[in-house]
Design a protein around this ligand. Structure first.
Ligand SMILES: [Fe+2]
Ligand SMILES: [Fe+2]
Length: 301
């Protein structure tokens, strides 16, 4: 009985999301003006969201170098976002493989894959347009990421997707209306924010539903999995190679960034909306706390 009710709720949400996807979606190919010139002097991210903001290394950079670093940080976040999306698409495809394709649920999963396909193309194109390398994650992390679609399942999987989506969403939302930011970047952020809202609804419901049927042992595994993956999400956002663009040794820049209280606050800010939800769902706890603390996502107490 509960199962049937669950299925009915799932189908209802998916039907609503399918309708909304048909009404409101962007094609970055036509909706972004890729040929418009970049605006001289405008930033790519706000200064206070730069990983080195407030550090000694930051003080040594000129105004132009700070803008240049922000541009590379933007490209790093976008190409890591693209990496998360490609992992998510693999996981969603696996789910569709096993599902009844006539359900709204399976069809919405396919629609979300289509959204993410467009986003990944858009992020890749933005990195190219602003003249940055396709940073993505560092090599070992890219290799490690391959196992996620294999070992990941259940609410932790959807929960980790939510962490990646909501962390990016919060930063993009803050920046999409900031007049100091390059118009191209603002448009890309706006498109992403609008379409991600549906993904967030979908994943949140999957988390709540998924947690309900688990044994205590499975719940512990789910708590560990989500903590490790979320830690990798926040640690991968900035690829150490970005610092080379302003003459800082990657190792020195990355170390300064991870120890920078301003950057840690930025990550905490980015996680402010998702963490209470995960906590309430029972996904934040032992044996994952060490990873959560190192992720900077836990609220200050
Ligand atoms: Fe996306
Ligand atoms: Fe998404």
């Amino acid at each position: 009985m509960t199962r049937t009710l669950d299925e009915a709720g799932r189908e209802k949400t998916a039907a609503r999301l399918l309708k909304s996807s048909a009404n409101k979606f962007y094609d970055p190919e036509v909706d972004v003006d890729w040929d418009a010139p970049l605006v001289e002097g405008k930033r790519y991210i706000p200064a206070h969201r730069s990983t080195l903001y407030g550090t000694e290394l930051w003080e040594r950079l000129s105004h132009e170098q700070r803008i240049e670093l922000g541009k590379h940080e933007l490209a790093s976040v976008a190409t890591n976002g693209l990496w998360f999306e490609i992992l998510l698409m693999q996981m969603l495809l696996k789910e569709v493989y096993n599902a009844d394709p006539t359900t709204n649920h399976a069809q919405y999963a396919l629609t979300e894959i289509a959204d993410e396909c467009r986003h990944s193309t858009m992020f890749a194109r933005m990195a190219e347009r602003v003249g940055c390398p396709p940073y993505g994650p560092v090599k070992w992390r890219r290799r490690l990421g391959k196992i996620l679609p294999v070992i990941g399942y259940g609410p932790a999987l959807y929960g980790s997707i939510l962490v990646a989506e909501e962390v990016l969403d919060r930063l993009q939302r803050e920046q999409m209306n900031d007049p100091e930011i390059q118009p191209l970047v603002r448009m890309v952020n706006r498109i992403h924010v609008l379409e991600e809202a549906r993904h967030v609804t979908f994943a949140r419901e999957e988390v709540t539903r998924g947690m309900a049927g688990l044994s205590p042992g499975e719940k512990a595994y789910q708590r560990l999995l989500i903590a490790v993956v979320s830690h990798e999400v926040t640690r991968s956002l900035v690829n150490p190679a970005v610092y080379k663009a302003v003459g800082i040794r990657p190792r020195d820049g990355y170390r300064a960034a991870m120890n920078n209280p301003y950057w840690q606050d930025t990550v905490r800010y980015a996680g402010e909306r998702i963490m209470p939800f995960l906590d309430e769902a029972g996904l934040v706890g032992a044996p994952g706390m060490r990873w959560w603390r190192r992720s900077f996502l836990l609220p200050n107490r």
